[in-house]
Design a protein around this ligand. Structure first.
Ligand SMILES: Nc1nc2c(ncn2[C@@H]2O[C@H](COP(=O)(O)OP(=O)(O)OP(=O)(O)O)[C@@H](O)[C@H]2O)c(=O)[nH]1
Ligand SMILES: [Mg+2]
Length: 210
């Protein structure tokens, strides 16, 4: 267990990019379909039961939720997508918020794309992958709820997804994960360590010192 992630604390929720934590340091955002298991993954990775709010009701997280790891590093729990019952107006809002956030957030260095291992690569997941390519973001994919399949079946899905992503032109890594059984945690921590490096400062206040 990497102890730095256990220190994560909730900072704020915001329905828009304005009024969010200052855009410096390094930020990694968790994206994925509603109910895929983003918030559960954040809780498992930080070894905190209720840091991010989880729910059996899809569409629970409608805001950008910020968590500070230290002065320089943050996690963001992004609103889930692809839930059919969400009204059209909310879908449009989500689209706009995601597009703005992914294109404009300077400290954003990588996306953790969380997909249910039983339903990977939906149309919306591809949209997210395209946005990541457009913004040259690194991608680490969690095929979560791996506890719902036999190891063989989950491994097969992993290989299939890997093959489907061969033409993606940004760095992509992927793995199996289970928030319930806490499997794959060490591998995610290593990916996070790698994606957060180098911890550089683009704080305008400090840049002005030079
Ligand atoms: N079996 C199993 N269930 C899981 C796992 N991860 C999450 N769940 C369950 O899946 C449901 C949704 O989990 P959340 O973490 O709230 O999903 P989310 O992606 O944050 O959903 P939104 O906030 O709606 O976008 C909850 O009932 C979780 O308990 C897992 O690894 N295994
Ligand atoms: Mg959530």
């Amino acid at each position: 267990m990497n102890p730095i992630y256990e220190r994560a604390t909730f900072t704020m929720s915001s329905p828009e990019l304005k009024n969010t934590p200052d855009d410096y340091g390094r930020e990694i955002a968790f994206a994925g379909r509603s109910n895929a298991g983003k918030s559960s993954a954040i809780n498992t990775l930080t070894r905190q039961n209720s840091l991010a709010r989880t729910s059996k009701t899809p569409g629970r997280t409608q805001m950008l939720n910020f968590f500070a790891i230290d002065e320089q590093r943050r996690f963001v729990d992004l609103p889930g997508y692809g839930y059919a019952k969400v009204p059209e107006a909310i879908k449009k809002q989500w689209h706009q918020l995601m597009e703005t956030y992914l294109a404009q957030r300077k400290s954003l260095c990588a996306i953790i794309l969380v997909m249910d291992v039983r339903h990977p690569l939906t149309e919306f997941d591809w949209q997210m992958i395209e946005w990541c390519q457009h913004s040259s973001l690194s991608l680490h994919i969690l095929l979560t709820k791996a506890d719902k399949l036999t190891f063989g079946a989950a491994k097969n899905t992993l290989l299939q997804v890997q093959r489907s992503l061969k033409d993606v032109n940004i760095p992509v890594t992927l793995q199996l994960f289970s928030a319930l059984k806490k499997t794959g945690v060490e591998e995610v921590h290593q990916a996070l360590d790698r994606l957060f490096e180098p911890v550089t400062t683009n704080d305008p206040a400090e840049a002005n010192d030079t």
